[in-house]
Design a protein around this ligand. Structure first.
Ligand code: ACO
Length: 402
């Protein structure tokens, strides 16, 4: 805390907190994290119970409306989401404007932002009905958009949503089926996919959620806010870590190379970090990583993958890092991104799809946080201050005299 009278001659105090390591930007009833105990709750329910006993659309309802739904409320919610899975036909043309080899995250930032143009009848945030429709549209259409971004990037035709399928199976079908071949979604893989969605659904005021709130605080429409969140999520220190982590595991290549990479991660002159390790809030373990690890073992067993070199490197790296003084003393444990990439790769997704899958899962959390903020009478535009460390006041000198 600085006394700004000394700095600027004004009254009052001023907090300087780069990276917001100890500043709460809002109060919220949605998600609770205890970083020391390694606990995560959505609306009071522990993540382990939700991952085990619930499913993603029920979790979406819980995050959006605050309580678990009755059977009737759930059926109604599922039917509303299912009826909105199609995207406007003109969006197909919009996709075609992107370079074919564009990263799916680049396409998603653009397409989700463009939803404000395609669905402008749900951009008036003063109307509760429009807010509700926009929320349902985003939850329903994000899997379709992510799958389209993938299909476009590999040059295959788009696959329309199949509303007979559940949310996760529909996403897998849109990604992996091809018109001329029969493709049946494996229910066990769909369950693992659904669990990945649930584990990523919300995580209080992380960088992308704070971005959504900050964008929304100016009154921007929800599609624009979610596009801003997707852009922020893309960075390798945040959601992009799942792609970066798997690429790192491949680069390490074999178990014998691990010590070299551990040494690099400890070397302060080397910018290299072990991707998938460490977390701003969890200083014990990431509870999502525990569930994700179990899921990874199940999926690999199911697919009969036991001698995959990437997996061997991951398992050995985890073991070595968890026993290493540097990682132990800095409380650097594997985070959710360490294991999610292993599952997604085993399912057949390329690394470029890892972060889009994170984005579609997190959309419900972003919307829930945005709705909470919009409904808060205390809400005002977010406007951080700065600590000016530039030049003193000085007079302009014309170019000939410099
Ligand atoms: N490998 C090696 N050293 C690390 C790592 C790592 N992955 N993470 C942190 N450290 C070290 C830092 O060098 C620093 O050391 P110092 O105290 O000697 O300077 C110390 O641990 C603290 O690190 P900070 O960067 O200050 O921690 P912060 O809370 O700001 O960062 C973050 C958290 C960004 C997640 C960081 O741990 C990281 O970069 N991890 C790798 C990327 C990653 O996996 N991100 C996913 C996060 S989870 C998510 O977004 C879903």
């Amino acid at each position: 805390v600085l006394d700004i009278r000394k700095l600027y001659g004004q009254a009052g105090v001023f907090t300087y907190d780069p990276g917001f390591t100890s500043t709460a930007s809002c109060d919220s009833t949605i998600t609770y994290i205890d970083g020391d105990k390694g606990e995560l709750w959505y609306r009071g329910y522990p993540i382990e119970q939700l991952a085990d006993q619930s499913h993603y659309l029920e979790v979406c309802y819980l995050l959006l409306y605050g309580e678990l739904p009755s059977a009737e409320q759930l059926a109604d919610f599922e039917s509303r989401v299912t009826r909105h899975t199609m995207v406007h036909e003109q969006m197909h043309n919009f996709f075609r404007g992107f370079r074919r080899d564009a990263h799916p995250m680049a396409t998603m930032v653009g397409v989700v932002g463009a939803m404000s143009a395609f669905y402008h009848d749900s951009t008036d945030i003063s109307d509760p009905w429009q807010r509700e429709v926009a929320s349902i549209r985003l939850i329903a259409k994000l899997p379709t958009i992510a799958a389209m971004a993938y299909k476009y990037s590999i040059g295959q035709p788009f696959v329309y949503p199949n509303n007979e399928l559940d949310y996760a199976s529909n996403f897998l079908n849109m990604c992996f089926s091809v018109p001329a071949e029969k493709y049946n979604v494996d229910p066990a893989l769909a369950k693992a996919m659904d669990r990945i969605f649930t584990l990523h659904a919300d995580h209080e005021q992380n960088a992308s959620t704070s971005t959504v709130r900050l964008a929304g605080s100016s009154g921007a429409n929800p599609f624009a806010c979610i596009a801003a969140g997707i852009a922020c999520l893309w960075g390798p220190a945040h959601g992009g870590a799942n792609q970066a982590c798997l690429e790192m595991l491949r680069q390490i290549g074999s178990v014998e190379n691990i010590p070299e990479y551990i040494a690099r991660a400890k070397d302060k002159d080397d910018p290299f970090r072990l991707m998938g390790f460490g977390h701003r809030v969890y200083k014990n373990f990431d509870p999502r990583a525990k569930v994700m690890k179990e899921s990874a073992d199940e999926v690999l067993d199911l697919l009969g993958i036991h001698d995959n070199p990437t997996l061997q490197v991951a398992k050995e790296l985890e073991k070595i890092a968890l026993e290493d003084d540097y990682f132990v003393s800095k409380k650097l444990y594997p985070n959710v991104d360490f294991y999610s990439g292993i599952i997604l790769e085993a399912m057949g997704f390329p690394t470029s799809m890892f972060t889009p899958i994170f984005a579609l899962s997190r959309t419900v959390g972003w919307i829930s946080q945005w709705k909470e903020m919009i409904g808060d009478p205390q809400n005002k535009i977010g406007r951080p201050r700065q600590l000016y460390v530039g030049s003193e006041k000085r007079d302009y000198v014309s170019v000939g005299q410099r």
